[in-house]
Design a protein around this ligand. Structure first.
Ligand SMILES: [Zn+2]
Length: 332
């Protein structure tokens, strides 16, 4: 079975569309192959809640101004709060600009706030480069890739911590804050139980699968935590899933099944690749993620591969071999 996209939210990039009573989706452009990030405007009793801020560059700012206006939200006066689902630059990037423009507090999961400040507060590429070299990338490429991945991103001066289990009031309704690790350690999704809506961030996407990566700053075993979190979302009674990228869809349980089997397949493929001899994560990633990728995409492919190899070790199906300069994996 293949989960079908919804007929809702088929507007072009740069524009907004209503997806439920009082809920608008706005497709903000991003300057990379993902093409857009979807942010959401939710009307409350007093003002609006904005879910995610987008990537900060002029076309996205212009889309915010036009899209909010079309939804009937005056950014200068009508915004109660901005909720950032996780610290990736296409979600948090414009939070500072949007916070200043609206005067509204920027909220994020409590543990994500120090993580974001640490990651985006320094342009020191050294530790990230060493991580890439350790996974088997050659030093010249690692140097270039680290420079693409690590830079300083201005964040809001203050951010308000959110706690999982807490509720955000919305009009005639409320959204439960749910911790959804895997794609980012402290990502949150919002579950509007009364209306059956899940603001899914990058936890559940359609058309592409969320990147589950083991990064130098990651907590241990991201794939295990991701799969566990997906299990916990079965039978939530949701009938509209509003993701951070790609089409909106309805069949949450169907998509969970697809994502779980995708990772099972990937685990099997990677295990096969390390069955003849030990290979570095980078070597495996070059085999599994073929074709021409940008340095940015190569890093994501590597982190994704590493998350799967790490999961195979956790399950006792592979072993990690520590060499002097790099690590390798082989079947157990
Ligand atoms: Zn993300």
């Amino acid at each position: 079975m293949t989960v079908a996209p919804s007929g809702l939210a088929t507007q072009p990039i740069g524009e907004g569309a209503p997806v439920a009573e009082g809920v608008w989706q706005l497709k903000l452009p991003v300057p990379f192959p993902l093409r857009f990030v979807s942010v959401y405007l939710v009307r409350g009793d007093g003002g609006w809640t904005l879910v995610d801020a987008g990537y900060d560059y002029p076309p996205a700012r212009a889309a915010w101004e036009a899209g909010a206006g079309a939804a009937g939200c005056d950014l200068a006066w009508d915004v109660d709060r901005i909720v950032v689902t996780h610290f990736h630059p296409d979600h948090i990037g414009a939070a500072r600009w949007l916070g200043e423009k609206t005067g509204a507090p920027v909220c994020m999961m409590e543990r994500e706030i120090p993580s974001a400040r640490k990651l985006w507060g320094s342009s020191d590429t050294g530790p990230f480069m060493e991580y890439l070299v350790r996974q088997g990338m050659d030093r010249d490429m690692a140097e270039e890739a680290a420079a693409v991945m690590r830079y300083v991103l201005p964040l809001p001066e203050e951010m308000v911590p959110l706690r999982p289990g807490g509720k955000l009031p919305l009009r005639e309704s409320a959204a439960r804050i749910v911790h959804a690790p895997g794609h980012a350690d402290n990502q949150i999704v919002l579950h509007d139980e009364a209306r059956g809506i899940l603001f899914a961030a990058d936890h559940l996407l359609l058309g592409i699968t969320p990147n589950i990566g083991l990064w130098p700053e990651s907590e241990p075993h991201p794939l295990a935590r991701y799969l566990e979190s997906l299990e916990g979302m079965r039978r939530l009674g949701v009938d509209l899933v509003l993701p951070g990228h790609g089409p909106v869809f309805h069949d949450l349980d169907g998509r969970i099944r697809e994502l779980v089997s995708h990772h099972e397949e990937r685990l099997a493929v990677m295990r096969r690749e390390i069955s003849d001899r030990p290979k570095t994560p980078y070597e495996v990633s070059r085999i599994v993620f073929r074709g021409t990728l940008t340095e940015h995409q190569r890093c994501f492919a590597l982190a994704e591969t590493l998350a799967h190899l790490d999961h195979l070790v956790l399950e006792g199906r592979a072993q990690r071999v520590q060499k002097e300069e790099y690590v390798a994996y082989r079947t157990a």
